[in-house]
Design a protein around this ligand. Structure first.
Ligand code: ZN
Length: 337
């Protein structure tokens, strides 16, 4: 027993020194390898990729359709986290099951809750539940863009040679997200005022509603970890009927049966309600599709919302032409030999 206890620190010291040696060799050769970065959710990975460019190699833990509230680290994740030079997560209890994992890794390598660093207490939506803060910050494009300078600083700290390029990319992407923010606002403004109501399966759209002026209600609470009860279904059906809501929305990460239950309950009261299409709430769409990017995710959501609620989208901003081009290239990739 004593022997193995003594061996462990020795092994750790050896592996640490070999990592240090590998980096020193990179520097000596004048070539800096991309910063190996593990990021939890796609919406954050997109920012890190746009800001980091070639200076960063991003590994996203949670892909399309994955619910971050319930996600637990796999053996593969632990391996990836072991290999990473930098670990970034959003925080505010979004990645609820991973707290202990990040705590452990934070003792041995740079690990940061980006949104908790970048977004101030007076900007978050405070809640009455156990979480205390609504973690779905990416739903407000201007608010999510606030993560960009924090990401730029974290990446530059690890790759000082890249700092100038990172700052330039950060500034450009921030301008893109502000153009997106204005486009969403103008599009939502086109919905008749009495129909600006967004009903979804869980409370992921609080920041969207606050930013763009649309009333939001979820059947389930902020986290999908809580159970939906008969009372929640009835409460929502009563609201739908009382306000004459024309459409409800399903989410890519959530089973649509609770939304269907509300529609059925409203039908029992003689009110017909349409399904307004699928929204991306807690994960982006498939890779190599427009919705597989952060900008495309919010674009798709906004298109679905305005179409179902009687509005129209405004012209796509010129500032986002580079996004359109990037997506066009990416979506063609799979068909090439
Ligand atoms: Zn959520």
């Amino acid at each position: 027993m004593r022997r193995s206890a003594l061996l462990l620190p020795l092994l750790t010291a050896t592996s640490l020194s070999s990592i240090g040696l590998a980096h020193a060799q990179d520097d000596a050769a004048g070539e800096v390898s991309p910063l190996a970065t593990v990021v939890t959710i796609g919406m954050l990975s997109d920012l890190v990729e746009q800001v980091g460019g070639d200076c960063v190699a991003v590994n996203t833990m949670m892909g399309p359709g994955i619910d971050p509230h319930l996600y637990q680290a796999s053996a593969r994740d632990v391996h990836d986290l072991d290999e990473a030079e930098l670990i970034l997560y959003s925080g505010f209890s979004l990645e609820g099951q991973l707290g202990k994992v990040f705590e452990r890794f934070s003792r041995i390598k740079p690990t940061a809750a980006v949104s908790e660093q970048a977004i101030t207490d007076d900007q978050v939506i405070h809640t009455q539940d156990a979480y205390g803060v609504d973690p779905h910050l990416w739903m407000d494009a201007a608010l999510w863009a606030q993560n960009i300078p924090t990401i730029a600083a974290l990446l530059s700290e690890q790759r000082p040679d890249c700092a100038a390029a990172i700052d330039a990319r950060a500034e450009a992407y921030q301008a893109s997200l502000l153009a997106l923010d204005e486009w969403i606002q103008a599009s939502i403004d086109s919905i008749p005022a009495d129909q600006r109501i967004l009903l979804t399966a869980h409370d992921a759209f609080g920041y969207y509603g606050r930013a763009y002026g649309i009333e939001v209600a979820g059947i389930q609470g902020l986290s999908t970890a809580t159970e939906t009860g008969v009372a929640d279904i009835r409460r929502m059906a009563d609201k739908v009927v009382a306000q004459g809501v024309p459409a409800m929305f399903v989410e890519s990460t959530i089973n649509p049966r609770t939304v269907q239950a509300v529609i059925d309950a409203a039908a029992d009261q003689g009110h017909r309600i349409a399904i307004g299409g699928q929204l991306y709430s807690d994960a982006m769409g498939d890779e190599n599709t427009p919705e597989g990017t952060y900008i495309g995710m919010l674009k798709s959501n906004t298109e679905q919302i305005v179409a179902a609620l009687g509005g129209h989208t405004v012209a796509w901003p010129d500032r986002l032409a580079d996004w359109t081009e990037r997506v066009a290239q990416a979506t063609q990739m799979p068909s090439e030999p």
